[in-house]
Write a new protein. Structure first.
Length: 343
């Protein structure tokens, strides 16, 4: 295991510390999902401020690109492109000297290349959170780390949970505290928030529930049968009230299986557990299962994503779900709704 790096002092922005002069230069931060002045176009800003949840929930996935991080003296830009080809460009605060290694709940995860500390920045709401340097050598490539941001009702604060996939290690940090807490793991590949709880899955398809307080631990779930077919690298996606497992390698992502946590059993595809879902997959492991009818659009909104489509199944006409893969997807509906855990 890599040597633990020294901790840095938590530097979360505090509204009370901002002077009247500095407010003109900096965006205010909010600790409960509030919307600060947006960095996107005026029409988006107006709609987002007036009716943020309804507006953002109706927006389909967007392509995302980030400017070259090699210019360490300058902050990077994030560019979002919708299915109509419209582009929205915004500067990423605190991105100088950092590499974006992932995405969670609409937040970009920025890792300091020298300091190894973490800034989480929401490019739409401009909300920011800071966490101390990670307790392991974090890789500077996105598929080496899977992380989730949650708001714990028990702790009454933000919690950032990080899975180091190369070492199969999970740790978490509470906003405002310059420390990391460790959770013992064994070959964990993914973690996911579903219905107020955090779940993990390992290389063998074994699912556990993770609790953060009072004692961080994993509890094995006794699920009937085995995950079938055999997945190489199983990972989670969810839609509405359903949790799915699919292979996180894009080459095999056409295999999807429903996990029924009420009856603690795996549901096969033959039982039409998938329905008409569309699966949006990215190299960043920030994936989503979406029912396109939830978008405000015309006849078939998926036609606009045709060039990104992969793994179309033509042998089984009952399977209407599709897969769309790119380097980076951004899901607007997630940028204003951070997952809550009820422990």
């Amino acid at each position: 295991m890599a040597k633990t790096r020294s901790m840095t002092r938590n530097q979360n922005h505090d509204d009370d510390e901002a002077s009247s002069s500095s407010r003109k230069k900096r965006f205010k931060t909010y600790d409960h999902g509030g919307v600060a002045p947006c960095g996107v176009c005026k029409s988006w800003r107006s709609l987002a401020l007036d009716n943020k949840n309804k507006f953002m929930a109706s927006k389909p996935p967007m392509l995302m690109s980030i400017s070259d991080p090699s210019y360490k003296k300058k902050e990077c830009y994030c560019c979002l492109e919708d299915f109509e080809g419209r582009k929205f460009k915004t500067m990423i605060p605190n991105s100088s000297g950092r590499t974006c290694i992932g995405l969670t709940c609409g937040y970009l995860i920025l890792l300091g290349e020298e300091t190894q500390d973490l800034w989480l920045v929401n490019p739409i709401t401009r909300h920011q959170l800071h966490f101390p340097c990670v307790p392991f050598n974090a890789p500077l490539f996105p598929n080496g780390v899977k992380a989730i941001l949650v708001f714990s009702r028990t702790i009454n604060g933000w919690v950032f949970v990080v899975l180091n996939q190369s070492q199969h290690e999970i740790c978490f940090s509470i906003s405002g505290k310059a420390a990391w807490n460790h959770v013992s793991t064994s070959y964990i590949l993914d973690l996911h928030v579903f219905k107020g709880k955090i779940y993990t899955i390992d290389v063998y398809g074994v699912v556990c529930e993770m609790v953060l307080t009072p004692n961080p631990k994993l509890t094995l779930l006794k699920i009937k049968d085995m995950l079938k077919p055999q997945f190489l690298y199983p990972g989670f996606v969810s839609w509405d009230e359903k949790l799915y497992v699919m292979d996180i390698f894009l080459e095999y992502s056409n295999m999807v299986q429903l996990l029924d946590l009420d009856e603690m059993k795996w549901v096969t595809q033959k039982e039409r557990a998938i329905g008409e879902l569309a699966f949006f997959l990215s190299v960043w492991r920030y994936d989503a299962a979406i029912k396109p009818e939830s978008w405000v659009d015309s006849v078939d909104p998926l036609l606009k994503y045709k060039r990104y489509e992969r793994f179309i199944d033509t042998s089984d006409k009952s399977r209407k779900h599709r897969f769309f893969a790119v380097d980076k997807w951004y899901f607007p509906d997630r940028c204003v709704n951070v997952d809550h855990v009820n422990e």
